[in-house]
Each structure stands twice: as structure tokens, then as C-alpha cells.
Ligand binder design. Sequence first.
Ligand code: ZN
Length: 151
Amino acid sequence: MTENNETIPLPPAVEKLILKFLEVAKNLPLSDRGKDLAEKSVDAEASVRCPQCDEEYSATEIEILQDQIGPVKNLLHPKLRKTVKGMCPIVCIQCREVVSWLAPGKDDDGFVREKGKLYHIKFCPQCEPEQFDGKEVVTELVEKQLWRQYK
Ligand SMILES: [Zn+2]
């Protein structure tokens, strides 16, 4: 084991588990927010608000990323996108939206986040606010949960 193994991918068995999970997640219903965003993306008249700077911009400028399920929206204002370059977008499965970014790297337990790779959480404060109501909720990455099972 070397210290500098930040680019080592997950074991193939874990990658397979993740693909399987996302295949199932494909058929899960979207949150209201997820549906709403899906409609807005085709409406050139609509505007969206950047969750970071709160500035409005045209929905046509929403960045569309891709994961194994399909399109994912990044609502970050176009002018802010370079600030998250190389970071890992964290996607809410129900909202189909990037809800935060994590730096690539290795956790204390050995889980490695690869540069620029998308990771997933099952819910976020926007689609399941009751889960976050006054509590400190740790929404662990799906990928990490599956990795731990395998470990
Ligand atoms: Zn959500």
C-alpha cells in the first residue's frame, strides 16, 4: 500500500454493486423537485436560482451532467462552475440534482473519491426535509455504503 493512492478506483465488485443499485434507482419515482426541474429544463422562458449565490439565470444554461441513471442537473450559476472543477458532484437520487460537492481524496476508513466522479445520496434536505428537521443527518454516499458492505 502506498500513501498516494488517491486515483485507485473502487474494486470491480463494488463498481458492479453500484451499477446494480443505480439500475434499480432508475425506476424510483422522482421527488416533486426532481419532476419540476425536469420540466423547467425544456422551458426556455424559465429561470432558475443558483443555490450558492442566489442569483437567477436562464434555465437553458443549467448544466446537465450524466450518471448511470441519466441526466443530472447542476444548478450552480455558470460563473461559479469553475470553482468546483475537479471536485466530486454529489447527486440526490430523488431530485436528480447536484446538491453539493466534495473534494476528491481518501477518507480515514480508506474510501476513495475519484476526481470529478459523481457520487450519490438517497435523499436531501429538499426532497425529505423532515429527515433533517433540527437533526444532524449524515447522508452517507451510496457508493460508500456499498463499498463498506464489501469491505
Ligand atoms: Zn433530494
